[in-house]
Design a binder for this molecule. Structure first.
Ligand code: AMP
Length: 280
């Protein structure tokens, strides 16, 4: 596995790949890599071609009071994990190239970026869409791999790819969970030993919503089950617990195919999100 920093080096590697006729598979990350990132890399590896992994903690997607400064940075472990999972090229993007002096162009994600996480993180998805567009432009990727855990992000990026006519195929990789059910996240390492059981109320609530959905027909029953489990954990501070359509993120009264439960909550100062498909 090669490791590059500049866009010029990245493009030279990608150009050599293109000469060899290989498609470029791309896994963007913010580093602090864990087993879920490895699953994305392995999915890319399994599709064949040249696998590029980027590491960039994107300042534009963090709010002024969020954890940008303390976001975990583990470059040596990241490099080992990316290589073991099958990456061909690791790209540690640089601030001065991603946001060069005088940069003044940003994408706006509109209504899709104002709901769910967007309602609590104003501008977050504009920052995500902007950086993903830049990363795709730099890599010239044919296929982009994103995780289902950040489901709203997959919908927004899918829309961005279509709106900007980008020749990129999006692959969404299923959420990877720890054995106790908690979705893997770089932010889980912020949780103390006594906070972790509190966080488990999130996957438990999603399970309860899925069971209620199996038994009933309307969204209200599943929402009641979802919120009951969350509310029972007093140390969990819920931002939202909602059920929306997987394709449009619209709210529906009936539990139609594609209905999905979404949760965001704080445990102490750690913000966690998760989601689960209720109706296949
Ligand atoms: P991040 O480094 O947190 O920005 O995540 C990079 C990519 O990994 C994103 O596409 C995430 O959706 C994905 N990802 C993170 N955690 C998980 C998980 N537990 N399961 C599946 N994908 C994940």
């Amino acid at each position: 596995m090669k490791h590059v920093e500049t866009v010029a080096e990245l493009r030279a590697e990608v150009a050599a790949t293109r000469m060899a006729g290989l498609p470029v598979r791309f896994v963007p990350t913010m580093g602090a890599l864990h087993e879920a990132h490895a699953a994305l890399v392995r999915a890319a590896r399994a599709d064949g071609g040249f696998v590029v992994v980027s590491i960039y903690v994107n300042p534009a997607q963090f709010g002024p009071t969020e954890d940008f400064a303390r976001y975990p940075r583990t470059p040596d472990a990241d490099s080992a994990l990316a290589m073991a999972a099958g990456a061909d090229l690791l790209w540690s993007a640089r601030d001065d190239e991603m946001y060069p002096a005088g940069e003044s162009t940003r994408l706006r994600t509109g209504a899709l970026g104002d709901i769910l996480c967007g309602a609590f993180r104003p501008g977050h998805f504009d920052g995500v869409a902007t950086v993903v567009a830049k990363l795709l432009a730099a890599t010239g990727a044919d296929t982009l791999y994103l995780g289902e855990k950040d489901f709203q992000q997959t919908i927004i990026v899918r829309r961005m790819i279509s709106d900007l006519l980008l020749p990129v195929q999006l692959v969404v990789v299923p959420t990877v969970r720890d054995t106790d059910g908690l979705a893997l996240s770089s932010r889980n390492r912020y949780l103390s030993a006594d906070e972790r059981p509190v966080a488990l109320a999130i996957p438990h609530a999603l399970d309860a919503a899925a069971a209620a959905a199996d038994a009933g027909h309307d969204t209200r029953d599943a929402l009641t089950a979802l919120r009951a489990v969350l509310d029972a954990e007093s140390r969990l501070h819920v931002q939202y617990a909602e059920i929306r359509d997987s394709a449009t993120l619209a709210v529906r009264e009936r539990l139609a195919p594609g209905a999905r439960a979404f949760v965001a909550a704080h445990v102490g100062t750690t913000r966690l999100i998760d989601n689960r498909l209720l109706r296949p």
